[in-house]
Design a protein around this ligand. Structure first.
Ligand code: NAD
Length: 411
């Protein structure tokens, strides 16, 4: 694999295309980004200067429905990265079986260097420069790295002003007061635990005797930990970016989260052994849940991973080289496009609620999420048999097959 994310995404697609015996024309269509936009837009800074920022929106494929995907604000944003992410969104929406295609976007900016009013003006100016591309039936952005529900609310507001009527369905991940969905903040972690429960059924893991280690105690990791404990699993390890805690008798999550809130660190929390993040990944456990950042399981540590199963809650936590080693060792990974699809699934529910002017209860959101993600897991698990391949490849093959089935005929 190369360091170019889009080349990696293409390589992944080609592998699946060989398995599905897709013809060259179809592979060509799936390999190209439908629309690739770069905009350079002005923002008035607090001191009166006007600065020009660069933003992107890549729309990969809309065969299954309007384009859907996050907007990230980061200095690391590159065209290749956003292109790759837009293709992965196409596969993720197809796996989750929600009626969206794939897109991604971003602005090259270090948000830490902006005041709140600069951030607001930047968000609105970016929307003004891409407004013709987006819309509830065209392309529906969402939050991603360093973009927040508040930023989504500013963007939806600006779009509504441009089109002349309130249009909350143009963007998801908004605060509840601005048309966001109840349950969205918990959705990815909760969805991951529904996946863990389905995995348990097909592998005979008994929750009470199943140990789980979770890397990352942010939004996704902390809700995953909480719901896993409520579902009867033993969470024996957790970590933040600096410190990991391990206790084979079980972690006292409430205490750990309170300690972290008060002290800003897990260090000194007590009642568990402290270790490095890298060491935690290699501890004895049944299930390992990377829920922090990409590329934490690599060819450097894959040989030492002791978990039997990995549930990928972060995006891309296992490198392709590590994946080969894990597969050889019989360790099964539930791929990110499936395990963390709870977030985009509830984004779909938000879009539906906005379009129909409805407000679902949190209970309804969670029960609909459970139905969707459970079905996605079962379909993916069965695809292993159908395609006679590993879980990750089977899930991608299923996604690509669904997109191919929806491709319009070329006249
Ligand atoms: P977050 O910022 O709330 O939390 C990230 C956590 O990772 C924090 O606890 C942080 O301390 C920890 N962390 C950072 N660097 C680390 C390192 N080097 N080693 C170990 N831990 C480290 O982010 P989040 O929203 O919880 O997202 C986590 C992952 O899940 C990301 O990869 C994100 O792309 C993915 N994801 C999130 C959602 C969502 O709905 N939030 C949906 C799909 C995928």
């Amino acid at each position: 694999m190369s360091n170019d994310p889009f080349q990696n995404a293409l390589q992944q697609l080609n592998q699946v295309a060989n398995l599905l015996k897709l013809d060259d024309q179809t592979v060509k269509r799936l390999s190209s980004i439908d629309k690739s936009i770069q905009v350079n837009f002005p923002v008035k800074m607090d001191d009166g200067r006007v600065e020009i920022f660069t933003g992107y929106r890549m729309q990969h494929n809309n065969a299954r429905g309007p384009y859907k995907g996050g907007l990230r604000f980061s200095n690391q944003v590159s065209k290749s990265e956003v292109k790759a992410l837009s293709m992965w969104m196409t596969w993720k929406c197809a796996v989750a079986d929600i009626p969206f295609g794939g897109a991604k976007g971003g602005v090259v900016v270090d948000t830490k260097k902006l005041s709140e009013s600069e951030l607001k003006r930047l968000s609105k100016s970016f929307i003004r420069s891409i407004h013709q591309l987006i819309g509830p039936q065209q392309d529906v952005p969402a939050p991603d790295m360093y973009t927040t529900p508040q930023i989504m609310a500013w963007m939806a507001d600006e779009y509504s002003k441009i089109v002349g009527s309130p249009t909350p369905a143009v963007i998801t991940g908004k605060p509840v007061r601005s048309g966001g969905s109840l349950g969205r903040n918990k959705a990815t972690g909760q969805g991951g635990v529904f996946v863990l429960q389905e995995l348990s059924k097909v592998t005979s893991l008994e929750p009470a005797t199943t140990q789980v280690i979770i890397q990352g105690l942010g939004n996704v990791g902390s809700f995953f930990a909480d719901f896993a404990i409520k579902a009867g699993y033993q969470v024996v390890g957790v970590s933040d970016s600096r410190t990991a805690l391990y206790n084979p008798e079980g972690i006292d999550l409430k205490r750990v989260l309170n300690y972290k809130k008060q002290n800003g660190t897990l260090s000194g929390c007590g009642s568990a052994q402290e270790m490095s993040n890298a060491d935690l990944l290699e501890m004895e456990t049944d299930v390992l849940v990377p829920a922090a950042i990409e590329s934490v399981i690599t060819e450097g540590n894959a040989d030492r991973i002791k978990a039997k199963y990995i549930i990928e809650m972060a995006n891309g936590p296992v490198t392709p080289e590590a994946d080969k080693i894990l597969r050889r060792r019989g360790i099964v990974s539930v791929p990110d496009v499936l395990s963390n699809s709870g977030g985009v699934t509830v984004s779909y529910f938000e879009w539906l609620q906005n379009l129909n002017n409805e407000k679902w209860s949190e209970q309804k959101v969670i029960s609909e999420l459970k139905k969707k993600i459970t079905k996605a897991f079962i379909d993916g698990w069965q695809a292993r048999e159908k395609f006679q391949t590993d879980f990750r490849t089977a899930v991608y093959a299923l996604a690509v097959q669904r997109v191919v089935a929806a491709l319009p005929k070329v006249k």
